[in-house]
Ligand binder design. Structure first.
Ligand code: HEM
Length: 444
């Protein structure tokens, strides 16, 4: 079958040992360039200093779900994204984390997804119409974040009298620009004389966004709606029985905004790219969507009748995992499968390499959504959302958002390649495209 002959773009990983200066230079630009290429061929690589690169599914499961499940997030992650998301769910530890996880888990329960899906479907229809009416080359790396930004505005920031939609839009864009420049490796034990540009930058985008979030929360609280109509209502509802101080609520609101915007947007953009690369699959997925819903808004209930679209999104997140890398600090010494990990060691999970490791996957660099339609993938081998107690709380939210947007768009629009060169995957804050991802959009 022709579609399997085309290989999707891949990243260049570090071919040889990386010295500290190269490390600092590359890490700021593209963190994938400092991940050793051996992690694509071996399931465990001992890095320099005290770093362990782990791609072994059993070790991963033991560390994220078993003995190492309460190892804290790596300190450097906190140093960097802490300035943007404070001490909300993504970065807190111990009892503070447990309380927040318990408080917010019901928000993401399946019963709330149909309400959220209705908001996503509105955005989906708008995006589809705009693409169908303005046929021709379009940068999907711009369209995708614009759609998830609209979704955030709809489910969190809509209907405020004191803050205008435009203020929110401008505030969010400045805030995302601030964050997207962050590099998680930036603070990792690098020599003091290396410049750290973001330390010198004004934190105004963060302060402004926090002020806006605070106003929106207080205003919505005062409204005291009887029935939750969007995500912010659900947040406020949860806090009625289990209160937290306003600054922590602001931290969490921004945590959900940060964690959910660019991650989903990247999956959408790469997902459109893979379909342009595989026109047969694109047609099959479009036929599946049309057999479920011709032109009414896509609803949450429709999604379970779209197994091929779901498999496509899973395969997209295998090849281009938005969180292509995450890390922990070992809080204790442990021995797993004969590997000795000492207290204080750095545990790196290079999800990009794990998902393309040739010891684990057949034809790892090929696009084959069908691999997700057969026997389940062994635990620890596919972790786009992490695993264990700190698994992504928004995984179903994200899957719903991406499926609703993509289904709404694909039934109206066909994507194909133009002559423009395709970008590569780069990893800064999340794994995104190195430049514009221009596809030709045609109404169908
Ligand atoms: C394709 C989209 C997404 C991907 C690939 C993704 C990936 C991840 C990963 C890998 C983690 C675990 C990191 C670690 O263990 O260090 C995580 C955690 C988290 N994600 Fe997501 N995420 C996505 C969408 C979302 C959305 C839509 C939300 C919220 C609206 C969200 C909120 C969070 C939060 C709050 C955490 C921290 C959970 C905790 O520590 O208890 N994510 N995400």
């Amino acid at each position: 079958m022709k579609q399997f002959d085309v290989t999707p773009v891949s990243a260049r990983l570090a071919e040889g040992p990386v010295n500290l200066l190269q490390f600092a230079r590359s890490a700021g630009r593209n963190m994938l360039e400092v991940i050793p290429v051996e992690t694509m061929r071996q399931t465990y690589v001992r890095g320099p200093l005290n770093i362990h690169y782990i791609c072994d599914p059993e070790m991963i499961t033991e560390l994220l779900v078993g003995q190492g499940r309460s190892f804290p997030k790596a300190k450097f992650t906190k140093d960097i994204i802490g300035s943007a998301v404070g001490n909300g769910l993504i970065l807190s530890e111990g009892d503070k984390w447990r309380q927040q996880r318990r408080r917010y888990s019901p928000l993401f329960a399946a019963r709330n997804l149909p309400v959220l899906a209705r908001h996503f479907a509105k955005t989906g229809i708008e995006v589809a119409e705009s693409l169908a009416e303005n046929e021709g080359p379009v940068d999907v790396a711009q369209v995708a974040p614009a759609s998830t930004l609209t979704n955030i505005s709809r489910v969190i920031f809509s209907g405020n009298e004191e803050v205008s939609a435009e203020q929110i839009r401008v505030g969010l864009i400045a805030y995302f620009n601030y964050i997207s420049d962050l590099s998680l490796f930036d603070l990792m034990g690098l020599p003091k004389w290396l410049p750290r540009k973001k330390w010198l930058r004004s934190k105004a985008p963060v302060t402004t966004m926090r002020d806006l979030a605070r106003t929106v929360i207080e205003q919505r609280r005062a409204e005291d709606r009887a029935e939750p109509r969007d995500f912010l209502d659900l947040m406020i509802e949860a806090l009625k029985t289990d209160f937290e101080d306003l600054e922590t609520t602001v931290d969490n609101l921004l945590t959900f905004v940060v964690a959910g915007h660019e991650t989903s947007a990247n999956a959408l953009a790469w997902g459109y790219y893979l379909l342009a690369l595989n026109p047969d699959m694109q047609n099959r997925i479009r036929a599946e969507i049309l057999s479920v819903s011709q032109d009414n808004p896509i609803e949450f209930e429709h999604l379970e009748k779209m197994p091929l679209l779901r498999a496509h999104i899973k395969e997209t997140l295998r090849l281009y995992p938005s969180a292509a890398f995450f890390a922990r600090d070992a809080a204790d010494s442990v021995e797993i499968k004969g590997i000795q990990i000492e207290k204080g060691d750095a545990l790196f999970y290079p999800v990009y390499s794990l998902h393309r490791n040739d010891q684990l996957w057949e034809a790892p660099n090929q696009y084959r959504p069908e691999r997700f339609m057969g026997a389940p993938i062994p635990r620890g081998q596919y972790i786009p959302f992490g695993d264990g107690p700190r698994i992504c709380i928004g995984a179903q939210y994200a899957e719903t958002e991406i499926m609703v947007l993509m289904a709404s768009v694909l039934r109206r629009v066909n994507f194909s390649f133009t002559d423009t060169e395709m970008p590569e995957p780069v990893l800064t804050f999340t794994m995104r495209t190195s430049g514009p991802l221009v596809l030709n959009a045609e109404a169908v």
